[in-house]
Design a protein around this ligand. Sequence first.
Ligand code: ADP
Ligand code: ZN
Length: 294
Amino acid sequence: MSEPIYAGVELGGTKCVAILTRGPDQIVERQIIATTSPEETLGAIERQLLEWHAEHGFASLGIASFGPVELDQSSPSYGQIVRTSKAGWSDTDVARRLERATGMPTAFDTDVNGAALAEMRWGVGQGFDDFAYITVGTGVGVGLIVNGQPTRGFAHSELGHIRPARLVGDDFAGCCPYHGDCVEGLASGPAIQARLGGRAIESISNDDPLWDAVAWTLAQLCHAIVCAAAPRAIAIGGGVMTGQPHLLERIEHMLVDSLAGYMPLPPGRYVQPPGLGAEAGPLGAIALAMTARR
Ligand code: ADP
Ligand code: ZN
C-alpha cells in the first residue's frame, strides 16, 4: 500500500511554500506564493489546495506559520496570526479558514515547531523525544519539543527574546524594538546588518570580532535551552547560519565553555545544521499534517 498524501503550507514573512507529498523524498507538487496581503495570499493558497485536493486528494493539512500565533484550541482566536509587526496580518485567521475551505483535518503550529518535528521525523533529531530547532534569519525563533510535544502555555515560547549575558567588550545596543539586546536584537540578520555599520558582509572575515559576539549570543541561547529542557541535540538553521557555517562549531565550543562542566553534553556533535537543510520549513508543515486529527 502506498503512503497517504499530505498537504503542507509554510507561511513565511516574504513567501509561502505549499507542498503535497508522501514524505520527504516523494514531493508530488510544490508551489511558492508571495506573502502580500492576507486576502491575496490566503486566497491563492486556498485555490491551490482545492486544486490539489480535486486532482490528488490528501489525508490532512499542516500549516507552519510565522508568528506570533494563537495555538490554544479553546481560544476563539485559535489558528490566527496575532499582534504581528507584519503590516495587515494581525488577527488574521489562517487555520480555521483553510480547514473550512478544504474540509480536511488540519494541524497548526509555529514554523519552528514544525521544523523541529520534521527534523525529529526525518533529520538530525531522529530517535529523540526532546529536541530544539533554532532559526537565525530575519528573527531568531526556537521550536522546543519536550517529551515529544512542542511547549504550550498561555502562548508559544519565544526563546529568541531571552536576555543573554553579554560578551565582555560587546557594546552593541541591540535592535529588538521590545528588548534592545535580547538574542534576536543581538544576533539576527538585521542585528548583523546593524553591526556591520555599512561594511559589506562579503568583506568580513570569519575571524572578525563581530562573529564572536554573534556566536556568543547564540551559545547563550543554547545554554538557556540546555538548562531548561536538556534536549538531546540542537539544530540551527536559517539564512544567517547558511551564510556563515563557521558559526556552528564556535557556538558549540562557547556553549561547552559557558556550561562550565555543570551539564556535560551527550557525546558527539550537539549543535548541528538541520539534516533537511532548507526543506526543514516546508517539511515541518507535513510533519504537522501527520499529527492532524479529525
Ligand atoms: P526569514 O528569516 O525571513 O525566513 P532567512 O532565514 O532566509 O529568512 O534569513 C534572512 C536573513 O539572513 C536576512 O536578515 C539576511 O541579512 C541574513 N543573511 C543572508 N545571507 C547572509 C550571510 N551570508 N551572512 C549573514 N547573514 C545573512
Ligand atoms: Zn526581543
